[in-house]
Design a protein around this ligand. Sequence first.
Ligand code: PMP
Length: 430
Amino acid sequence: MKRSNSEQLFETAKQYLPGGVNSPVRAFKSVDGAPLFIKKGDGVNIWDEDDNQFIDFCCSWGPLILGHNNPNVREKVIETLHNGSSFGAPTRLENELAALVVENNPVIDKIRFCSSGTEAVMSALRLARGYSGKNKIVKFEGCYHGHVDAMLVKAGSGLVTFGESTSAGIPEGYTNETLVLPLNDLDAVKACFAEWGHDIACVIIEPIPANNGLLLQDKKFLQGLRELCTENNILLFFDEVISGFRVAFGGASEYYGITPDIVSYGKIIGGGLPVGAYGARKEIMACVAPDGPVYQAGTLSGNPVAMAAGIAQLEECIKDGFYEDQEERTQFFVNKINAHAKEKGFLFEMFTIGSIFWMAFSDKLAIRRADEIDGDMTSFKDLYGNLLENGVYVGPSGYEVGFVSQAHTKEILAEAADKFCAALDATFAK
Ligand code: PMP
C-alpha cells in the first residue's frame, strides 16, 4: 500500500502540530507507519491522500451513524450556510433539535447545547455539584469522559492506548475530589458510599463503557447503581457521548430501561459537526445560567450549521426500525467474523452491542472490567496493518471500538467480513 503522500503530510504536520495531530490517538502511535491523511469520505468509504480506498468502521469515532457525506445532512448544512454561519443569538434550529431530542426522551426535560462531548461532561459535572451542594465525583476505571481535568484519572481512550491512564498537568486538589472504582462491582460502590456518600455529588459512568475496549456491564450492576444512588441521594450521570442515539434513540438509558438523573451527549447529535449537549429533569436544569447559579456558556453553542446537521441526522435515526436494522446488520457482520476465528482456532473474538463492536484477543466469554483485558496489544498492531492492506479502516487503537453505519449494507458488510477474515488469517499465520 502506497503511503508516501500521507508520510509527507505527516512530516509537515509534525512541524506545526504537537505529534502532528490535533487529537492524540490519530497519530498512529500504537500501530505501524504514518497516520493516513484522509481527503474524502462517501457512504462507507474513505480515501486517503495516496488514493487508497477503505471501508471505514471508525466513522469519525462514532458521529457518522449514517455514513460519510450523507445527502440529507449535506443538503441541510448547505441550505443553512446560505444564511450565514453563526450569530451568537438564538435561532429556530436550536428549538428544533432540542424538541426532537427532548420530546423523544423520557429522561430529560431540558437540554443545553455546547460544542463537544468534553464540554458537555465538564458542564454537567459542575451542574451536579451546583445542584447537590456536594463535591466528590465517583467515576469508574477505564471510562473516558473527555479531557475534563477531574476525569483524567484511570481513564480510557488515548490515555490507556499510550499506557499512561492519568494525565499530567492536573493539580492534586482537583483529583482529590474524584473517587475511582472498578466497573461492575456493586460492593465497591457500597463501600465507597458508606465512607463518602455524604459528599458525593454524582456517579458518572459510560453505561456502555467503550473507551477501554467494550466493557459491557451486567444490567444488574447498572440497576443496582441506580438504586444505590437513589437511596443515598446521589445523582446518577450517564455519559452517553458514544451510546446516545447509537444503541437506541434514547441511548443506553432506553436500551436498558434505566433512568439516570443527568445525561451528556456528543458525536451523533451533531451529525458530524461539533455539538455536545447535556440534559436533566426540570428542577436540575433550573440551576443552569441564566435561570440559576451554575454558569456555563459558549460563543458557538447551538451553532446553526451544527444544529442543522444534527437535525438532519436524528430525523433519520428516529424512523421506525432504524436501530433494529443497525443491530441486525452488525450481528451479521460480527457473527461471520467470529465463526471464522472460531473455526480457525484464533485467539480472537468480537464483542458487540447495537452497532458497536470491539476486537478482543482473548478467549474470555465476557470482559467487564478494565483490568480483565490482557495487556498485550501486539496482535492488534499486526491485525491493523493487515486490515489496511485489505482495504479496511478502523480506529488505530486496540482499546477503541468500531462502528457500523446505516451506509454499511449487508452486501458491503459481507465483503468487509471477508476482508476482515483475510486480515485475521494473515495475522495469525505468522
Ligand atoms: N465521553 C465519552 C464517553 C466519550 O467517548 C468521549 C469521546 N470519545 C467524550 C466524552 C469526549 O467527547 P469529545 O471528544 O467530543 O470531547
